[in-house]
Design a protein around this ligand. Sequence first.
Ligand code: SF4
Length: 119
Amino acid sequence: MRQGRGYTPFSCQRILTEHPPGSGESHGCPYRHFSIENLITLLQGTGVTDREVLRGVKEDVEKKRYHIACNRVFEHAHKGAIAQVKEEGSWGAAEMDTIVHPNTYFKRSYLLTNGGKAD
Ligand code: SF4
């Protein structure tokens, strides 16, 4: 969805279904457009080394549940902060929903990392 004249990146659904990147292009979803080996290497490079999580990601991708894999990694990467906002009750159900847009991923990640509140 476009808002005003601003640039809004595609939703995950569009990225996953419609818009494969060409070679040398960097848009697209790593869960959908990377080989499983490259994806696992990428995740390990960003500090996701938990074998259970990586195994889950592999399974999700094999079953074409790309956004589930993405959310699995998100929840793992932020599990401490997520537990905290849950305990404090500072995030409502909407903030806990499955991520379906790259902007949401970025925003939530930022807020959890910086201790901000979802608005
Ligand atoms: S937010 Fe996650 S599922 Fe959506 S495009 Fe980005 S990596 Fe893929």
